[in-house]
Design a protein. Structure first.
Length: 571
């Protein structure tokens, strides 16, 4: 292509992008409008008429004429604003707060650790790799297993099993072995830091780790490196945990496809592990790490946890600081643990929760796990219409109904409820607009063309289409969101938790928009051997009540004790 044609193509992209910013989608304007521009035509009444089609409005000719000069001025404003560099780490000057009432006071009790419980030494390396954090912690504390031994076991499993699963982006072996040896030395010297000391873990590859790439799962950022660790990484370092790998995510936190391929479900490698926390889910389920950290904006912990049978906790929005994590949607992003039990998630959560003085959205509410509390008499709402769906509507119906019987056997009080009725799916323009802003330069610079997924339901297309979302509609969607938050606050007032089939219509989108916490745990197995899941939801910053109930349910059912068998499998 000649230089002139390259320049003309660049000018055309810039022109259409400018119009998109004011609600004029380039694909809707078509080549005829560009031809007029090439001939020297300016923004006119006719271009305003085209904008109306995108915005779903109708103006009079007199109104259009009045608008022309203002729209020209806006287009020039966009040009000037775009000259200011904006890193992905820069948040907007408006902040989302999910609370509609005063936040609870700080927890006064000291965190508890599973110290002193009787734990049998696993008979095989496979059993050791699949042990839960709470078990591994006691084995490490009593020095029946060393952190270096455990780290080398997981490194060997990654080398042997991950060519099939594709759950690991970068192995951090040098860092891990150094941390493991330091942990062993500290424990031997009587300097035990707590239940995560010496535990190998994996980080979703949207968390910055100094000295290693942080790829966000997509080719445009494959060589990206940061000079500082994410807050969550620093906090787990301080707890003595051992970072063993950066784990895969669907590119830019959507799905399970990244530049290395599709991350697989350890229970059935013919399936993807779902996403976007695809790697944390698959690696945890397959025993490649002791535990992991994922993230959720709209289902990215919930969906892969359900697919792979791990236990995932999506904390209240703001409980865990996101400093050093890729921003996708500032008002919806959340970081949380993905482990092999509720208790494990609680132990990790108490290490990473609480403000860091850097993420302005982080709430001044720490979390301290207090295990062993009774659930008798606790009030648990259940989404009645979701549990009453027929087998054609819900393939998990039998498992869901059995879950209610288990809860009754635990002497909880089941309260029938329905989710507040709002246009949740339509409100996801909030996510799309924020994500398009977070990756504005990717779109305008055409770097999105190098992304792996190029289809309608993928980020490149969504980013472009989001340029046609008017600011007025974004703000009004957030106003409706306020109404939904108030309704959910009323719903959960007086309940210790709410239980719902994970696949219940609307629950996932609604609870992510309102910022409420969730626990997703295995709830049985289909005839093909793959797991199904159940979701518990809780009040804002009431993780203690939520995890207490979910933990009691998990102990009563034991589905988390089953693990996939990948021995003998090959890529």
């Amino acid at each position: 292509m000649s230089n002139d044609r390259i320049v003309e193509a660049a000018n055309r992209r810039a022109f259409l992008s400018s119009f998109a910013g004011i609600g004029l989608g380039g694909t809707l304007l078509g080549e005829s409008l560009w031809a007029r521009v090439r001939a020297g035509a300016e923004i006119t009444v006719e271009t305003i008429r085209c904008a109306e089609e995108v915005a779903g409005l109708t103006f009079t000719d007199e109104e259009r004429l009045q608008m022309v000069e203002d729209v020209k001025a806006q287009a020039e404003s966009y040009r000037v604003l775009r000259s200011v560099p904006l890193d992905n780490s820069v948040p907007p000057a408006i902040r989302f707060d999910p609370s509609v009432r005063a936040r609870p006071a700080e927890a006064a009790d000291a965190p508890s650790a599973p110290v002193g419980r009787e734990v049998a030494m696993p008979a095989t390396d496979e059993e050791l790799a699949m042990a839960r954090v709470a078990q591994l912690a006691e084995l490490l504390r009593t020095r029946r297993v060393s952190s270096e031994e455990l780290t080398r076991l997981y490194l060997e499993r990654i080398e042997r099993l991950d060519p099939l699963l594709l759950s690991v982006v970068t192995v951090t072996a040098e860092r891990a072995l150094e941390q493991a040896r330091a942990a062993d030395a500290a424990i031997a010297a009587g300097e035990y830091r707590g239940p995560l000391h010496g535990i190998p873990w994996g980080a979703k590859d949207l968390l910055a780790v100094r000295g290693y790439p942080t790829t966000w799962g997509t080719p445009p950022f494959r060589e990206q490196r940061f000079e500082e660790d994410a807050t969550v990484v620093s906090r787990l370092d301080a707890a003595g945990a051992v970072l063993i790998a950066k784990l895969s995510l669907g590119e830019l936190a959507w799905g399970d496809v990244w530049f290395g391929g599709r991350t697989r479900n350890p229970w059935n490698p013919a399936q993807g592990s779902s996403g976007s926390s695809a790697g944390p889910a698959a690696a945890t389920a397959a025993g490649l790490v002791g535990c992991s950290i994922g993230s959720e904006t709209l289902g990215s912990i919930s969906s892969p946890s359900a697919r792979t049978g791990v236990t995932g906790v999506r904390p209240s929005y703001g409980l865990v600081p996101r400093t050093g994590s890729m921003a996708l949607a500032w008002s919806m992003d959340k970081l949380g643990p993905m482990c092999r039990s509720v208790e494990d998630c609680a132990l990790v959560l108490q290490a990473i929760a609480g403000p860091d003085g850097l993420d302005a959205s982080a709430a001044p509410v720490p979390f301290a796990w207090r295990p062993g509390q009774s659930v008798a008499g606790r009030r648990v709402g259940y989404v009645e219409s979701a549990f009453e769906r027929g087998p054609t509507e819900s393939p998990t119906r039998t498992f869901d109904l059995t879950a209610l019987e288990v809860l009754r056997s635990l002497d909880v009080e089941l309260v029938p409820v329905e989710l507040p009725d709002f246009p949740y799916e339509e409100m996801t323009i909030i996510l799309n607009a924020e994500a398009a802003a977070a990756f504005d330069e990717l779109t305008r610079g055409d770097a999105d063309d190098s992304m792996v997924r190029q289809e309608r339901n993928a980020w490149p297309n969504v980013f472009r289409a989001a340029r046609t979302i008017p600011a007025v509609e974004y703000i009004n969607a957030n106003r409706i969101r306020t109404l939904a938050m108030r309704a959910w606050d009323t719903l959960l007032d007086g309940l210790d938790a709410l239980v719902t089939p994970t696949n219940a219509p609307g629950q996932l989108t609604a609870s992510n928009l309102t910022g409420h916490p969730a626990v997703i745990l295995p709830n049985g197995f289909l005839s093909d051997g793959t797991p199904v899941s159940l979701t518990f939801l809780g009040g804002l910053f009431r993780e203690q009540e939520l995890l207490t109930i979910a933990d009691a349910y998990q102990r009563a059912t034991g589905f988390h004790l089953r693990h996939p068998n990948l021995e003998g499998t090959r890529a």
